[in-house]
Design a protein around this ligand. Structure first.
Ligand SMILES: C[S@@+](CC[C@H](N)C(=O)[O-])C[C@H]1O[C@@H](n2cnc3c(N)ncnc32)[C@H](O)[C@@H]1O
Length: 245
């Protein structure tokens, strides 16, 4: 089954592709958007859910979204049109790691996409030249809440605990001005939703040629989550400013 189709079905009931609730998204955006006419950039925007919510809530804001996925960007455009914010959203099908712009941005987001840059600090290094003076970064990254197994590291990548993550960011010249650590409920909601929406679609479409694979993909993902990483994986969103420039 095409990865994009799996992602579309799995995110049907949780369009933010990260373990962050709708309330937390709004709270983080409020901390990140510090001027009424802010220009936003989302690197690895997926279906641009963060941006369309920001554009809906803040009528003076404009935004650019960057992603490699044609399908995700198409859905971003549809969603922006549904909410009548498409005039203030520009979508770029590009590699976020090499995205350049003539503009600078008041808020640069990158949530669940630091792998596109090779990790958290390389993400911040890439964001830095894109930031307007006084600009903020809203970055969402995995953390380890408990010692991970080797299998979990192999599956999800190299993360650190919250304290080490924040220490590294601070040592790199950034000051956290807000943060959010996903709660157990947010982490579980995201996984139940991902696996449950995909499985439900399969059960609702038993004659579809993809139904069997969708059901087994959901079951495999659910098993990996419960067996390999649920006990150790966490997720943190940090709102950062340059400490000095
Ligand atoms: C976990 S999703 C997060 C999407 C979105 N930030 C959100 O929170 O809803 C990661 C996204 O990063 C995108 N991505 C991965 N590598 C990328 C790259 N090199 N350039 C641009 N986008 C990339 C994927 O296509 C995917 O949409």
């Amino acid at each position: 089954m095409d990865h994009d189709l799996i992602s579309r079905l799995a995110h049907a009931d949780h369009p933010i592709a990260a373990p962050v609730s709708d309330d937390s998204v709004h709270r983080l955006l409020r901390r990140g958007i510090h001027r009424a006419d802010a220009r936003l950039l989302d690197l690895g925007c997926g279906t641009a859910e963060w941006l369309v919510r920001a554009l809906s809530a803040y009528p003076g804001v404009r935004a650019d979204g960057v992603d490699l996925s044609e399908g995700a960007l198409a859905r971003a455009g549809e969603r922006a049109a549904q909410l009548a914010v498409q005039d203030r959203l520009t979508l770029h099908r590009k590699d976020a790691a090499v995205f350049r712009s003539a503009h600078s941005y008041d808020l640069v987001l990158s949530v669940g996409a630091t792998h596109a840059f090779g990790g958290l600090l390389p993400t911040l290094a890439a964001v830095r030249p894109l930031l307007a003076p006084g600009g903020r970064v809203l970055v969402g990254e995995g953390i380890w809440e408990r010692e991970p197994s080797q299998e979990a590291i192999k599956m999800l990548g190299e993360f650190a605990d919250l304290r080490t993550t924040v220490d590294r960011v601070a040592a790199d010249g950034w000051t956290p001005v807000h943060g959010h650590v996903s709660t157990r409920q947010e982490l579980d909601d995201y996984e139940w939703s991902w696996t449950g929406s995909l499985a439900s679609w399969a059960l609702d479409h038993p004659d579809d040629p993809d139904a069997e694979e969708a059901l087994s993909t959901a079951a495999e993902h659910r098993d990996e989550w419960l067996r390999v990483y649920r006990d150790a994986f966490g997720f943190a969103c940090l709102v950062l400013r340059r400490t000095a420039d």
